[in-house]
Design a protein. Structure first.
Length: 762
């Protein structure tokens, strides 16, 4: 939201007041409160007829400083994001010239009775600052609304990332971003998952703790600053020190909620009915058996909307015309070793039985006149479950429980973005403007907790489209309704990397794209998206009006699917260990290149390739020609698909190459111990048993890697000691037979592990 006309002038409808100096302060326990009037105080008469900002500095987590700007101290209706307060030690200094507030490696410094300025430093190193007239108390005379604004400086080379799932440029500099959840697809400026948190490559991040709409101007209105503003009389934000992206996200998730590790089976292939296709029990079993006949492992089958009757979504009842005995069908699927997911949303159509129940008991969002808030968008007469009503939550959960009792394993929690703001009344009196984004958290929490209560901790997973701050506690999320084009496949990756830079660990997307034309997706797009999808944290075929089974495309599509499902399953000892360790620390499994190559400035700009865990680089193919422009940071890189693909890069290098339709760059970096099981047929298995141990250009000295069990707990370890051309491989906690593959300078040697330790001369 822009308030100025160029650098010098204010737009005519706005009046902007800013703190000019800190005139007084108060220290209480671990809080420093600053009183900053809107003009310099030179004499007592200057204290009259004058506004003031109250600025509170706090620290809920070490290395994090909270700043609350308040004009008028007015009570705010809920909801509010949950902030974990760990009560770290802080140091506060006061003096004649300046005040400081320090938490861990982060210090806020403010001049006292001088021109206003708020600096954030690590030691003597300036990270960012709020300069004179950056903070603003703003009145709009045309609407009689009030806003609060802050602007934080960025450096010459500083890049800004994050702000949730955004499908445009990965680097946010120069963009305007509105933090409000909307159902806008993957080809617009709108987003299903809006997170008011940005990450910089300058050693810090910023979280704006406001659940209502927040407008960001990222070096756009003022090209030297990131500006954020929101309606109201106060503004809370946190500056989060790193200096690495991993440490910034660690502190952010300490602040807003720890990531959850989904069950191992959820990492396998999910196959769906697709959306508007015709399907019945016969169709479903034909697809499941067709995958088996073609030796394509499958872990989850998903029933999309039409498992229920049309015009009745979401009534949580099976369409008995197409599925006469759903419990028996679910058992057939389970007998094949496959989990079952069904589609739901929180919108209740007027035709369904649940509408009458919810209406009678008052479980829906209402209008100010007391009637139910309804419209015809999506389903006729849609009402919205009011998750601020505890009884409505229990009612909704009881419907889910009935499905779980029938054998359903998890839910695709679709929608949750189009939550009414105008003329809307919530049960607990929540402010609709704050509830709009927050709603998805309440919705997915209710579903996730129902599964967890039924199946046990660690077994819950949802497949969610919308998200807000804290939603990382309720995985997994997928990218929404992508177009079946190569360009939108790339846009989808940009959105995913942006989302995963915003405090989330796991992410998926519709393989092949969702929004089909008459002949889409093409076979080559389907194959390329399959590769990308099966090299993402979670993998699901889904579309609108075209079935996504590979034999609907061509024989090579079947071979391609089989190849990359088997590749992913073989990598589960690596992937699940990386997932468990990263989630525990607050980091994503998939992540942008610069996370792992912070010293390589070229890596900071890359958004068409990514790291899958810390050791594997993936570069999807985004065109019909099979062409890839690939950047490799310095080091040795070996394909985990084709041993003949090897690169020894001295200083970072761009490659321009073509790949067959069954191949793409999937490269292990040097000094990698990669544990695999090529015989896996499901994603959930004993990750310590019968492993292949791949060693890629091991460094001198000692390198070790853990492997987790099916609950994500460390269960085994492989250690490699290198002295010159001699490798000693030691294992603990591994079972069965193990084979060692030594990849050295593009050549591969195979050795059988002899007991718990084997010494190998190269």
């Amino acid at each position: 939201m822009k308030f100025t006309n160029g650098y010098w002038l204010t737009r005519p409808q706005y009046q902007i007041e800013s703190p000019r100096e800190v005139f007084d302060y108060k220290q209480t326990d671990n809080k420093l409160t600053l009183y900053a009037p809107f003009k310099f105080i030179n004499e007592r008469g200057d204290e009259l007829n004058l506004g003031m900002s109250t600025i509170d500095l706090t620290s809920p987590v070490e290395g994090v400083i909270g700043v609350k700007l308040t004009h008028f101290d007015q009570s705010e209706k809920g909801p509010a994001y949950h902030i974990n307060n760990q009560n770290p030690d802080v140091a506060i200094t006061t003096g004649n010239d300046e005040l400081t507030f320090t938490s861990g490696g982060l210090t806020a410094r403010i001049p006292f009775k001088q021109a206003f300025q708020l600096d954030f430093l690590n030691g003597d190193h300036l990270l960012t600052q709020s300069l004179d007239k950056a903070q603003g108390v703003i009145h709009d005379s045309s609407t009689n609304k009030d806003y609060m604004r802050e602007q934080l400086n960025v450096g010459v080379d500083d890049k800004v990332y994050g702000l949730g799932e955004r499908f445009g440029n990965f680097i946010k500099n120069g963009q305007e971003v509105k933090i409000t959840n909307q159902d806008g697809g993957t080809a617009s400026e709108q987003s299903y998952k809006n997170i008011p948190f940005y990450l910089t490559d300058a050693g810090y991040g910023v979280f704006v703790d406001q659940p209502q709409t927040v407008d960001f101007e990222i070096t756009s209105e003022n090209v030297d600053r990131v500006q954020f503003s929101t309606e109201g009389q106060s503004l809370q934000y946190y500056v989060i020190y790193g200096p690495t992206p991993q440490e910034i996200l660690h502190r952010y998730t300490q602040l807003t909620g720890q990531m959850q590790l989904p069950p191992a089976w959820s990492f396998g292939l999910w196959l769906t009915t697709s959306f508007t296709t015709d399907y019945s029990e016969k169709t479903v079993m034909k697809f499941i058996d067709g995958m088996k006949e073609r030796n394509i492992p499958l872990d989850v089958f998903h029933f999309d909307c039409f498992w229920q009757k049309g015009f009745e979504w979401s009534n949580m009842e099976w369409d008995r015309d197409e599925f006469p005995d759903p419990a028996s069908l679910i058992k057939k699927i389970h007998d094949r070793g496959i989990k079952v997911c069904v589609w739901i949303n929180p919108y209740i159509a007027q035709k369904g039985k649940m509408f009458e129940e919810g209406k009678e008991k008052g479980y829906f969002v209402k209008r100010e006149n007391g009637t139910i808030w309804q419209w015809d968008l999506w389903q006729a007469g849609n009402a919205f479950v009011d998750f601020t009503n505890p009884d409505a939550v229990k009612w909704y959960k009881s419907k889910l429980q009935a499905l779980l009792d029938m054998g359903v394993d998890c839910f695709k929690t679709d929608f949750g973005e189009r939550i009414p703001v105008d003329d809307a009344v919530f049960f607990d009196g929540s402010d609709p403007k704050r509830e709009h984004n927050y709603y998805t958290l309440q919705y997915n929490q209710a579903v996730f907790e129902t599964i967890e209560e039924a199946k046990g901790k660690g077994e819950a997973v949802v497949f969610a489209r919308s998200a807000t701050v804290g939603s990382q506690k309720y995985p997994v999320h997928w990218g929404g309704d992508a177009l079946s084009t190569f360009k939108n496949m790339a846009d989808t990756l940009h959105g995913g990397l942006s989302f995963l830079s915003s405090g989330f660990a796991f992410w998926s997307h519709d393989i092949g794209g969702f929004e089909d034309g008459p002949d889409t997706p093409t076979a080559d797009l389907y194959k390329r998206w399959t590769q990308f999808g099966l090299l993402s944290s979670h993998s699901r075929y889904h579309g609108s009006n075209v079935y996504r089974v590979p034999w609907n495309f061509d024989d090579e599509a079947v071979e391609n699917t089989r190849k990359y499902v088997n590749l992913k399953l073989s990598l589960m000892p690596y992937l699940y260990t990386q997932a468990a360790h990263n989630a525990a620390y607050g980091n994503p499994l998939m992540r942008p290149m610069w996370f792992d190559f912070t010293q390589d400035l070229t890596a900071h700009t890359l958004d068409n390739q990514y790291m899958l865990g810390s050791q594997i680089l993936v570069a999807p193919v985004f065109n019909h020609e099979g062409h890839v422009n690939l950047y490799l940071p310095a080091g040795k890189w070996t394909s985990i698909i084709d041993d003949n693909e090897f690169y020894d890069v001295k200083d970072g290098k761009w490659l321009s190459q073509n790949y067959s339709e069954l191949d793409l760059p999937v490269l292990a970096r040097e000094n990698t111990i990669l544990l695999r099981n090529p015989k896996a047929v499901h994603a959930d298995y004993d990750f310590t048993k019968d492993l292949d141990i791949h060693l890629y250009d091991m460094h001198e000295g000692t390198t070790s890697v853990a492997v987790v069990d099916q609950k994500g707990k460390d269960a085994g370890k492989v250690t490699v000691d290198r002295t010159g051309n001699e490798l000693k491989v030691t294992t603990t906690g591994l079972n069965g037979n193990a084979t060692i593959y030594i990849h050295e300078n593009g050549k591969t040697t195979q050795v059988t592990l002899n007991g718990a330790a084997t010494t190998i001369k190269l």
